[in-house]
Design a protein around this ligand. Structure first.
Ligand SMILES: Cc1cc2nc3c(=O)[nH]c(=O)nc-3n(C[C@H](O)[C@H](O)[C@H](O)COP(=O)(O)O)c2cc1C
Length: 316
């Protein structure tokens, strides 16, 4: 359906999903996905898509994350640029507005909708998306409020949906990939693992912070605001969680200065581990090196094949 060699997708990542990483993933046989809203304007997204095309001749997609926001970006204009640029794979996340899906479908686009609950996946299926990417509680970014790990969520989604399911969250090696395929997923989606690659356009210090972290080094912020975000444990996320847990409670205004997007971006670019919020999932505990995307993907596929064959031997 996606025209790729291996069933491995690099999910949209704010400030990270740029042409360098996306083309490297696609060139290695996976599906790279540009992050539309990382580009400041719809026009600059068109330029980034063109730039990515000079770096790969393989298919790549674009992520459009639709979240409620105080100053909403011009989503429709971003969508128009994606369609006018001839992009054939759209990853949506957050809301899945019917009009957007209908418009993209009419342009012949394959839509991968990323969500965190079976009921949301069913609604996306009803709205006409082609593939659902389901994010378990382990994931970086927004795991939702149900706290269901991938081991349950993936087969629960596979059981209920007619369209293909991609497993996301907590996957970073051949073991996770083999497990996800065994649970019924058609493929996998990764975020955090792709941040710790040579081509990820972030500062080496941040990649090293992901390698140094263990599986307990993420924090859940915004729990009380019902907009949970899993991020790397650092001075900022510890402070946010502390403020949120004050006995007198907290509002978004109390933490706004700590969680501003620009601050997270600056931390990623300057390599300041404690400079801002850095999205990361529990898979950090299993990340031990910073390979190229090609090395990573080839290793994962090889390990996955061996593990699936080995698992069979355990039951025969
Ligand atoms: C740095 C970073 C930024 C992310 N930004 C977005 C985003 O803007 N939109 C989105 O849909 N998902 C975003 N995600 C989530 C990923 O696309 C993916 O669903 C998630 O990372 C999967 O979990 P994993 O990190 O355990 O692989 C982000 C993840 C990371 C690590």
């Amino acid at each position: 359906m996606l025209g790729i060699e291996y069933p491995i997708i690099q999910g949209g990542m704010q400030w990270v999903g740029r042409a360098e990483l996306v083309s490297a993933v696609s060139n290695a046989g996976g599906l790279g996905v540009l992050t539309a809203l990382t580009q400041p304007t719809p026009e600059s997204l068109a330029t980034e898509i063109a730039r990515c095309r000079t770096m790969t001749s393989k298919p790549f997609g674009v992520n459009l994350t639709l979240l409620p926001s105080i100053n909403p970006p011009p989503y429709e204009k971003y969508l128009d640029v994606i369609l006018e640029s001839g992009i054939k794979i759209l990853e949506t996340a957050g809301n899945n507005p019917k009009e957007f899906i209908a418009k993209a479908k009419k342009a012949g686009v394959t839509i991968v909708h990323k969500c965190v609950a079976v009921r949301h996946a069913l609604s996306a299926e009803r709205n006409g998306v082609d593939i659902v990417s389901i994010d378990g509680f382990e994931c970086a970014g927004h795991p939702g409020e149900d706290d269901i790990g991938g081991l349950i969520l993936i087969p629960a989604a596979v059981d209920k949906l007619k369209i293909p399911v991609v497993a996301s969250g907590g996957i970073g090696d051949g073991r996770g990939m083999a497990a996800a395929l065994t649970l019924g997923a058609e493929g996998i989606n990764m975020g955090t693992r792709f941040c710790a690659t040579q081509e990820a356009p972030i500062h080496p210090n941040i990649k090293q912070a992901l390698v140094d972290a263990n599986e307990r080094d993420t924090r859940l912020m915004f729990r009380k605001l019902h907009n949970t975000a899993r991020v790397l444990r650092n001075a900022i996320s510890e402070e946010v969680v502390k403020i949120e847990n004050r006995p007198e409670g907290a509002t978004f205004d109390d933490i706004r200065h700590l969680v501003m997007g620009g601050r997270g971006r600056a931390a990623l670019e300057a390599g300041d581990r404690d400079g801002g919020v850095i999205s990361a999932g529990q898979i950090v505990g299993l990340i031990h090196d910073i390979p190229t995307c090609q090395e990573l993907i080839e290793r994962m596929v090889k390990d996955c094949r061996e593990l699936l064959a080995g698992a069979l031997r355990k039951v025969t």
